[in-house]
Design a protein around this ligand. Structure first.
Ligand code: SAM
Length: 194
């Protein structure tokens, strides 16, 4: 895949253009960066993409996406009030982040804020993370989606988990790409769907 002109790979690292120079986008801190460093082939994010981000935490990855998707919004769903308190600091500085202190099990609760998202991005390390993801995809019907799957959060053998997850995802999306990002995010696989 050709990277957009604001991203480049240099010496195995991902860099992002910032203030006329280049900043490292650390794959150990962001699974989205790890996905690209590991050879992920899809990059659906455009200037005007509307994103629903499930499991935003304090907003590390969102801080990058809010710059990339400058002219639209990112609805950030997070269940922890502690993480949300930090996200609010970021959301105050950026005008395109919509914070929602919500449980991602219940998409109807943030339907209005999410407002027909084109892309769903999920990074939630819970036993039922795949169920949460599928529920949101069936509810919002995004064009594209990313799932950052943590296998250690599901009490089964990893091989079965990957196989079952891919099977379930391919029932709702035509295209499923899986990329092993374990080197940067222990026990994780990144899935892109379209
Ligand atoms: C690994 S962190 C996300 C890191 C973030 N995506 C990043 O790259 O900057 C996972 C987050 O999911 C949140 N979470 C867990 N269960 C959730 C749920 N049911 N609904 C919403 N958020 C949830 C946790 O509180 C935690 O902040």
């Amino acid at each position: 895949m050709n990277l957009p002109n604001y991203l480049r790979k240099k010496r195995g690292l991902l860099q992002i253009r910032k203030d006329g120079g280049w900043d490292v986008w650390n794959p150990y801190h962001s699974k989205l960066s790890a996905y690209l460093v590991a050879g992920g082939k899809n990059w659906p994010f455009k200037k005007n993409s509307k994103i629903l981000y499930l499991g935003s935490a304090e907003g590390n990855t969102i801080s990058y996406l809010s710059e990339i998707c400058k002219t639209n919004s990112i609805t950030a769903v997070e269940i922890s009030p502690v993480a949300m308190a930090e996200l609010l600091v970021l959301a105050k500085k950026k005008d395109n982040i919509i914070p929602c202190l919500c449980d991602a099990h219940f998409p109807e609760k943030y339907r209005i804020q999410a407002n027909n998202p084109e892309i769903i991005y999920q990074d939630i390390a819970q036993n039922d993370q795949v169920d949460i993801f599928i529920r949101n995809c069936e509810y919002f019907k995004p064009k594209q989606a990313f799932l950052m799957l943590k296998t250690q959060s599901i009490a089964k053998r990893d091989f079965d988990i990957f196989k079952n997850t891919e099977k379930r995802l391919s029932e709702i999306f035509e295209k499923v790409e899986s990329v092993n990002i374990n080197k940067w995010a222990k026990g994780h696989s990144a899935y892109f769907m379209e």
